[in-house]
Design a protein around this ligand. Structure first.
Ligand code: HMG
Ligand code: MG
Length: 283
């Protein structure tokens, strides 16, 4: 049976904008974020504390966090201790970390193998949790890798288990390049739900093959009630060639509402929110 209510985690200000070539002024990002909050978004990835040489668009991370209204759960994405220190310094209370299932992807994205990345994250994640931060782990390339192709389900489960052992509160499992089919979505999320019943489980779909809504419906049927999405369908990882934007929040919300599933989000205000950054987006 389907859930009565679904939580949307808006990733537009982070995943959505990170790949945009045009520099979006900080004030416009803040207007976007606050309009999304006003539309009823309660959980959001605001920005990322990554190397500005790798991802110039996120260079204003500290300012974004400092100037964002503190309501709901506002995440910042961090790859390492340095990012976590900057996140704490900025006043963030919820941190997202990210590692892919695929070694080759991790080398391109964070210049580390999967094992190196997990090794360097163990103590900092445990420390964040001891200090009361909310930690979400984003599992990239859980279906396909742009360099290695199809990933093994056993490897996805093993990586998730490692994050669970570190104590994370949430797993956000991602179809980084938007290649999963609804059958694969149902199979993986069904297994994940059985394997990790006590953690928040979120599905993160990119929409390259335009199957993201179908993948979400399949994941809903597997028991998932949390979805990452991006206003306007913005987004993509700069180090995952071929990936297009995240599934558009307005399309997910509309589909859910049409099925009688509550999200707490106002569709009209949501559409308006995207206008704050629309003119900067090169499409
Ligand atoms: P590196 O070059 O191997 O590391 O990069 P380094 O330690 O040698 O540092 C290089 C420079 O970056 C140094 O500065 C560091 O100080 C600095 P320099 O001495 O050259 O002036 N630095 C930092 N600066 C700011 N914040 C930091 C930080 N760390 C080091 N945290 C590194 C390694 C991880 C830094 C780099 O590879 C990086 O920043 N990667 C980020 C890539 C990224 O943001 N990808 C997109 C997000 S993931 C994604 O989109 C997928 C997701 O949506 C789920 C899905 O769809 O799959 C989450
Ligand atoms: Mg993504």
């Amino acid at each position: 049976s389907l859930p009565n209510r679904v939580t949307i985690i808006e990733v537009g200000p982070r995943d959505g904008l990170q790949n945009e070539k045009n520099n979006v002024p900080t004030e416009q990002k803040l207007a976007f974020i606050h309009a999304l909050q006003d539309a009823g978004i309660k959980e959001m990835e605001l920005t990322s504390f990554v190397s500005p040489k790798w991802v110039p668009q996120m260079a204003d991370a500290a300012e974004i966090v400092k100037l964002t209204k503190k309501v709901g759960r506002q995440f910042v994405l961090t790859p390492n201790q340095r990012g976590m220190d900057a996140a704490k310094e900025s006043g963030a209370k919820s941190v997202a970390v990210f590692v892919g299932v695929s070694n080759s992807f991790n080398k391109k994205n964070i210049n580390k193998t999967t094992d190196e990345a997990m090794g360097q994250l163990e103590q900092p994640i445990k420390e964040l949790i001891r200090e009361g931060y909310f930690v979400r782990a984003c599992i990239s390339t859980a279906f396909y890798c742009p360099y290695e192709g199809k990933q093994r389900v056993e490897d996805v489960l093993a990586l998730c288990q490692r994050f669970i052992d570190y104590g994370v509160h949430e797993l956000s499992v991602a179809d980084t390049i938007g290649k999963a089919s609804p059958k694969e979505s149902h199979e993986l999320f069904y297994l994940l739900k059985q394997a990790f019943p006590n953690v928040l489980l979120t599905a993160h779909f990119h929409d390259t093959e335009k199957m993201a809504l179908a993948n979400i419906f399949a994941a809903l049927q597997a028991g998932v009630d949390r979805f990452d999405s991006s206003a306007g369908g913005l987004g993509g990882c700069p180090f995952a060639p071929g990936a297009t934007g995240n599934v558009a929040t307005e399309r997910v919300v509309h589909m859910l509402h049409r099925m009688g599933i509550e999200t707490g989000i106002d569709e009209e205000k949501l559409n308006d929110a995207y206008q704050h950054v629309a003119t900067y987006v090169s499409k």
